[in-house]
Design a protein around this ligand. Structure first.
Ligand code: NAD
Length: 252
């Protein structure tokens, strides 16, 4: 993967940061696109990547991310759609603006970024799109309507794009992790405890790990290793797939 140009959204933190680091370590030129200018530029500097500040809920900023990556490195070969966030709320109280933002960042942005990178991948006869979905792209849990709807949607997008990309050497896949040890998970422990009326330690044992056969949080590097494999030529026949890293959650 020497000199492949990889755009990693949400690369300032958690899974995205681990992905950016892994892809840089195997020779990619990495561009981190993230909302947060402080953590984004620090991560980029530490990894040896470039940083583009962008709010991916804005369509024009999605276009600009791809344009800036192409300007920096001449093309975009690998797109990792990872940026995301969570909102926990029962449906009757679910704020409409949160719904719109969840769909915007986790479904519309992956579509737009792919749409703008697609012509370059097609021209190169090689491309990789890897969407970081979730176990919540396959099954649901209460109080996460916006997140779960966006994640289910991204599986449809993955399959459609895979069918269109096949003849051009472009593969499109989704990775569906269960709970990964990142700030996103750490921040929702208190929210879940409040919404469910239970203690914070019970959120981890009774909610997050309840359906897991392996009772531990997943590490971001485990997801990053799968991204690197899917981005490699060894995975050139894997497309349209949703690969779980879910400690056995969806096996039952
Ligand atoms: N942590 C988990 O347990 C878990 C499980 C399954 C799937 N995921 C998915 O993995 C992805 C990464 O999650 P994480 O746990 O590493 O989260 P995180 O909070 O550690 O990192 C998310 C990053 O996305 C960025 N981001 C958020 N909104 C943005 C926006 N509008 N524009 C640009 N950047 C934005 C944040 O600034 C942050 O750097 C998300 O899509 C999440 O849904 C996480």
């Amino acid at each position: 993967m020497q000199n492949k140009v990889a755009v990693v959204t949400g690369g300032a933190s958690g899974i995205g940061r681990a992905v950016a680091e892994k892809l840089a370590s195997v020779g990619c030129k990495v561009v981190i696109a993230d909302f947060n200018p402080e953590t984004g530029s620090v991560a980029a500097e530490q990894i040896g990547a470039s940083f583009v500040q962008a709010d991916l809920s804005d369509a024009e900023q999605c276009r600009s991310v791809i344009a800036q990556a192409a300007e920096l490195h001449g093309s975009v070969d690998i797109l990792v759609n990872n940026a995301g966030f969570q909102h926990i709320s029962p449906i009757e109280e679910f704020p409409v603006e949160q719904w719109n933002k969840l769909i915007g960042v986790m479904l519309t942005a992956p579509f737009l970024l792919m749409r703008y990178a697609w012509p370059m991948m097609k021209q190169n006869g090689w491309g990789r799109v890897i969407n970081i979905a979730s176990v919540h792209a396959m099954v649901a849990s209460p109080f996460k309507a916006g997140y779960i709807s966006a994640k289910h949607g991204v599986i449809g997008l993955t399959k459609t794009a895979a069918l269109e990309g096949g003849e051009f050497g472009i593969t499109v896949n989704a990775i569906c992790p269960a709970y990964v040890r990142t700030p996103l998970v750490e921040n929702q422990i208190a929210d879940q405890a409040r919404t469910r009326g239970i203690r914070e330690d019970q959120v981890v044992t009774d909610v997050m790990l309840k359906n897991a056969a392996i009772k531990k949080l997943i590490e971001p590097e485990e997801v990053a290793n799968l991204v690197a494999f899917l981005a490699s030529d060894q995975a050139s026949s894997i497309t349209g797939s949703s690969l779980t890293i879910d400690s056995g959650w969806t096996a039952q």
